[in-house]
Design a protein around this ligand. Structure first.
Ligand code: PCA
Length: 323
C-alpha cells in the first residue's frame, strides 16, 4: 500500500511539473491553410514549438476555424487567444493609423510597402500596446487589383455592382465608384460569389487564386492600388508570462518569419497572375480612364483619412515620403 502511494504521488508530481512548464497558445488565422500567410504562420509556430522543446507550443487554426478574421483582434486583446493574425487595414475602428495600409496609390510596390511599414510601425506599436497587444511580425499581400464579372473601362461601369469589401476602405472605394459594398470574409468568398451576393471586389491575385475566383468572374485588372499587410500579434499578458529566453526565441523566429513572408509575397505575386490567366481569366492593366478614376478616388480617400488621422497621420506620411 505504502509503495503504491509513493508511486502514485511520484506520478502526480511529475505530471504537474510537466504542466507547469508547458504553455500552449492558440493562434487563429483567417485565411486558408494553403495560403502563404498561413503556411508562414504555421512554420513559425512549429519553429517556436521545436526551439523551446515544447515549453511553448503554438497551435495554428487556419480558415477562420477558431475565430473569423473579424473576431481575431478582440480575441487576442482579451486573451481568449494568446496570439493571432489579422489584416491591419481592417482595424480602422481601433485607430486610423491601421488604415494607412489601404490608401489607394500611397504605396504600390513591395519596396514602398516596406518603407510604409517602417514609417508606420512606431505609432502602430504604440496604439497596439495601449490595447494590450504586441506586434510580432507583418507580411504583405501582393498588389491589389479589381475583379469583375464583365469588362471595366471606367469607374462608371461599376455602378450598382455588388462589391465585396474586406475593410472600411474597400467599402468606401465601392461607394465612391457607385457600387454597393458588402463586407465578406475571405473564407466565405466562394459561396458569396457563387450565390450572387458578390459580383466584384478589390483584392490580390493571391485571394482570387485561393478562392478559385475564375469560376465566378472573368476579369482582373492589375491596378496595383496598395499592398495591405497581415500582422501577427500577441496578448501582452501572455507575452509577459514567458521567461526572457523564450521571449528571445519567439522574437528571433518572428523576425525570420517576417523576412520569409515578404520574400514569398514578392516571389508569388506574378505566379498568382499567371494562375488567374491559366484558368481562363482576362488579366490586364487598367485602362487610362479606370486608372485616373481610381487616382481621383484615392485622393478623396487620402484627404478623408488625413482628417481622421490628424497631425500624427500626416507625420507618418511625411516620414514615409522622406525614406
Ligand atoms: N486578400 C485579403 C485581403 C487582401 C488580399 O489580397 C482578402 O481579400 O480578404
Amino acid at each position: 500500500m505504502r509503495k503504491f502511494l509513493i508511486a502514485a504521488i511520484g506520478v502526480m508530481l511529475s505530471f504537474s511539473a510537466g504542466v507547469a512548464n508547458a504553455e500552449k497558445w492558440d493562434m487563429p488565422l483567417a485565411y486558408s491553410a494553403t495560403n502563404y500567410h498561413s503556411e508562414n504562420a504555421s512554420a513559425f509556430a512549429e519553429a517556436v514549438t521545436s526551439a523551446t522543446e515544447g515549453a511553448l507550443e503554438i497551435v495554428t487554426h487556419p480558415s477562420g476555424s477558431l475565430y473569423k478574421g473579424g473576431e481575431i483582434f478582440r480575441a487576442v486583446r482579451t486573451g481568449q487567444a494568446q496570439i493571432g493574425e489579422r489584416l491591419i487595414s481592417a482595424l480602422g475602428n481601433e485607430d486610423p493609423i491601421f488604415e494607412i495600409d489601404a490608401l489607394p496609390f500611397l504605396a504600390t510596390g513591395f519596396e514602398d510597402a516596406r518603407k510604409l511599414y517602417e514609417a508606420s510601425k512606431p505609432l502602430m506599436r504604440e496604439v497596439l500596446a495601449s490595447r494590450g497587444v504586441m506586434l510580432l511580425y507583418a507580411v504583405p499581400w501582393p498588389p491589389q487589383g479589381l475583379y469583375n464579372k464583365s469588362p471595366v473601362n471606367s469607374a462608371a461601369d461599376m455602378k450598382n455592382v455588388k462589391f465585396r469589401a474586406y475593410n472600411a476602405a474597400t467599402a468606401r472605394l465601392a461607394e465612391l465608384m457607385g457600387a454597393i459594398p458588402t463586407k465578406i470574409e475571405a473564407a466565405e468568398l466562394s459561396q458569396a460569389f457563387a450565390t450572387g451576393v458578390a459580383e466584384s471586389m478589390v483584392s490580390s491575385g493571391s485571394t482570387g487564386y485561393d478562392r478559385k475566383l475564375w469560376e465566378y468572374v472573368s476579369h482582373w485588372y492589375d491596378v496595383q492600388a496598395w499592398l495591405p499587410k497581415n500582422m501577427v500579434i500577441v496578448n501582452s499578458e501572455s507575452w509577459a508570462s514567458l521567461d526572457s529566453a523564450t521571449q528571445q526565441t519567439v522574437l528571433e523566429t518572428a523576425a525570420a518569419a517576417e523576412a520569409n513572408g515578404w520574400a514569398k509575397a514578392e516571389e508569388l505575386s506574378n505566379w498568382y497572375k499567371e494562375q488567374l490567366a491559366a484558368n481562363g481569366m482576362s488579366v490586364s492593366p487598367p485602362s487610362d480612364e479606370l486608372r485616373a478614376d481610381f487616382q481621383k478616388i484615392g485622393d478623396v480617400m487620402t484627404s478623408e483619412w488625413l482628417e481622421r488621422a490628424g497631425e500624427q497621420g500626416q507625420a507618418v506620411i511625411d516620414a514615409y515620403k522622406a525614406m
